[in-house]
Design a binder for this molecule. Structure first.
Ligand code: NAD
Length: 336
């Protein structure tokens, strides 16, 4: 079985380049979203603790099965650990044999960026070039580079309640040549933006975005509100927007739409990608991608890194499943 650790993922992405990696990942994601009906789907299995949430995210098509184990612990940075930590596995269905176990903290950031960019392709104005980021923690650079893959991002307006997180973001992203505007508050950051990404971590309902901040034609990419009781915008922002979700049964539990009535109109993103429903209808419309993260995104990135690892001969083969001459003679594993 192949094992990919953080250094292997770093090598794969460096060999491919961020831009080409995101392009390939967005392409795979779109193809799997087009094959939506072939996937076995369920809301993720979440166990909530006072510290945060532990989640299992399984899905499968006809050939492969994948799952991710992921945390959401907003206070972790105080203990020098990331808010989101993840590992995952890919198996073949025919025999059930595990093919790959991988780190997925980096892969989660990469696939979340790619999913945001894919959504923006259908929901943002085509000429979007001003990106706003509220929350400049672990995910923020990945969001930025993913959007820049599909859009000509010229200016980034950003805000975080932690000034050190803003300085870190600026240090990491300045070499990419964007016009960077560090803002005093969320209101200032949102002003004039084409794409507004909220990607904060807190264990409560926040109102980072309120309706007076929203301008005609904005695409709101709401990423940080992803648990019961953990949202990022006021109810009227949801109500004034055309809302798009990944998988409605999961988003109803975890997304911004927890705040609105059960019959609030939403569109699943795959319906737009498959041409069954419209995405953005006009340059004036306010669109909201109520992102919570869905298992098909983890499946996609695991498939991609598995293929790239084979191509570049990266990773370690480890015997986590016994190898036997006689598959009924498991006991021989204990002989010399
Ligand atoms: N939808 C998805 O697919 C998906 C994927 C990954 C992460 N997430 C979520 O995204 C969020 C961010 O993840 P991360 O790994 O970057 O976390 P992080 O802890 O590294 O960064 C979060 C940042 O948000 C800032 N913040 C908190 N409250 C704020 C506020 N009111 N205004 C401005 N900034 C504020 C914090 O100071 C911190 O810098 C988490 O809530 C996580 O659960 C969602």
């Amino acid at each position: 079985m192949l094992i990919l650790d953080v250094y292997d993922i770093k090598t794969i992405v460096q060999k491919t380049g961020f831009k080409d990696f995101f392009l390939e990942l967005i392409d795979i994601l779109e193809n799997y979203y087009k094959n939506w009906d072939n996937f076995d789907k369920m809301p993720r299995i979440a166990t909530y603790f006072p510290y945060g949430v532990l989640e299992l995210m399984p899905t499968s098509d006809e050939e492969f099965y994948a799952y991710k184990y992921v945390t959401g612990h907003p206070r972790n940075p105080n203990f020098n650990k990331t808010t989101v930590m993840a590992t995952g596995q890919l198996s073949e269905i025919k025999t059930g044999e595990p093919l790959l176990i991988s780190e997925m903290t980096l892969l989660t950031a990469l696939r979340t960026g790619a999913t945001s960019a894919m959504a923006a392709k259908y929901l943002a104005r085509k000429n979007s070039h001003i990106l706003c980021l509220i929350g400049t923690g672990a995910q923020s650079e990945f969001q930025t580079l993913a959007f820049d893959t599909l859009f000509n991002i010229k200016e980034i307006r950003y805000f975080d309640i932690d000034s050190k997180a803003m300085d870190k973001y600026q240090k990491n992203i300045k070499k990419y040549g964007f016009n960077l505007s560090q803002c005093k508050n969320a209101k200032e950051a949102v002003r004039g933006a084409d794409i507004v990404t909220t990607i904060t971590a807190d264990k409560k309902n926040q109102t980072i975005l309120t309706s007076d901040m929203i301008e005609e034609g904005m695409f709101i990419n709401g990423v940080g509100g992803d648990c019961p009781g953990k949202t990022e915008m006021s109810k009227d922002v949801v109500e004034m927007s055309s809302v798009f979700v990944e998988y409605l049964p999961q988003t109803k539990i975890e997304g911004e739409i927890q705040q609105v009535s059960d019959d609030f109109p939403t569109t699943e993103l795959h319906e737009v990608i498959r041409g069954l429903k419209e995405g953005r209808k006009s340059d004036e419309e306010v669109t909201l991608f109520d992102s919570v993260g869905f298992a098909i995104e983890d499946f996609s990135v695991l498939k991609l890194v598995y293929e790239l690892a084979k191509k570049y001969n990266i990773g370690k083969e480890l015997d986590l499943i016994p190898i036997m001459k006689d598959p009924k003679d498991l006991f021989v594993s204990f002989e010399d």
